[in-house]
Design a protein around this ligand. Structure first.
Ligand code: ZN
Length: 287
């Protein structure tokens, strides 16, 4: 396993971690101040400053990307299907322009939540079938752009509103069905927040292998968790044995960035330099 104790060269910042503290330009400047080499920006943050300006600023700052957040929200009623498809195609185009290594997919839950305005449904098997069909369709487009897609399984608490793909096994089953030849077009983004509790986790990580492990996200699970969406913990403040998960992905050959992704009302209230200093310290001592 890589030794992170002496530097933070493998730290990437998911820009949602400091989304309240500044726009993407300010976040990029802060990363430069702290010697952070990579980020994973969100589409709304890129749109707010403009795609071309974002791409140029990233290049000038010499920043790499560890992913692009996010595509997906595939589930919708028939009236919103084209909108969802086109939106995901734009995500691929943007990722390409920014030089991202993959588009992270949060696949969507029930249609009324992932594509508001859709007719309400309680049919989660149908939602899952729709997700798979839509990923197959998006893959055709992404393959032409040579942009890998990374399915992020989300904790089951999000099954209704954000993602009906909830385990690593489920995500890998989709990968096997749609990309059985392991061409590199499809894989998973593993986020310790969503998967740490899973009894099958280590076995599924070795099933994934290097070829399917496209991204690795870290934060921590606080006890109690006051808000399932916006009360993620800083690494080391919760109960996840982050290092054991990192050991497992690196045993498969994963050698990419460890991306810090913390949605937290507490951390959003702190100055950006304090947040980044803490991220770097915990990356070296806990991740
Ligand atoms: Zn994540």
């Amino acid at each position: 396993m890589r030794d992170f104790s002496a530097d933070h060269r493998w730290l990437s910042l998911n820009t949602a971690t400091v989304r309240r503290q500044g726009d993407l330009l300010e976040i990029i400047e802060a990363c430069a101040r702290h010697g952070i080499r990579a980020i994973d920006p969100w589409r709304d943050q890129v749109a707010a400053i403009g795609l071309e300006r974002a791409a140029r600023t990233l290049r000038d700052a010499g920043l790499e990307l560890s992913g692009y957040c996010r595509g997906g929200m595939f589930t919708s009623d028939a009236a919103h299907r084209i909108e969802a498809r086109d939106d995901n195609r734009r995500a691929v185009d943007e990722a390409k322009a920014l030089g991202a290594p993959c588009v992270v997919l949060v696949v969507g839950g029930l249609p009324q939540y992932s594509r508001p305005g859709s007719v309400a449904s309680k049919d989660i098997p149908a939602a899952r079938a729709q997700v798979e069909e839509a990923i197959a369709e998006m893959m055709e487009y992404a393959r032409d752009a040579r942009m890998p897609l990374a399915i992020e399984p989300l904790h089951p608490a999000y099954a209704a509103d954000r993602a009906c793909v909830n385990t690593t096994r489920q995500a890998l089953d989709i990968c096997d069905r749609l990309d059985g030849g392991r061409t590199g077009a499809l894989g998973v983004a593993l986020d310790v927040y969503h998967i740490w509790w899973d009894v099958e986790l280590l076995g599924q990580i070795s099933r994934a292998g290097k070829g399917r492990l496209l991204a690795f996200h870290v934060c921590d699970w606080l006890v109690p968790t006051k808000d399932i969406l916006n009360d993620r913990g800083m690494m080391g403040d919760g109960v996840i044995d982050i290092r054991s998960v990192r050991r497992a992905v690196e045993a498969e050959g994963f050698e990419g960035y460890c991306e810090i992704e913390i949605f937290s009302e507490d951390w959003w209230r702190k100055p950006i330099d304090e947040v980044l200093r803490t991220c770097i310290d915990r990356h070296r001592t806990v991740v």
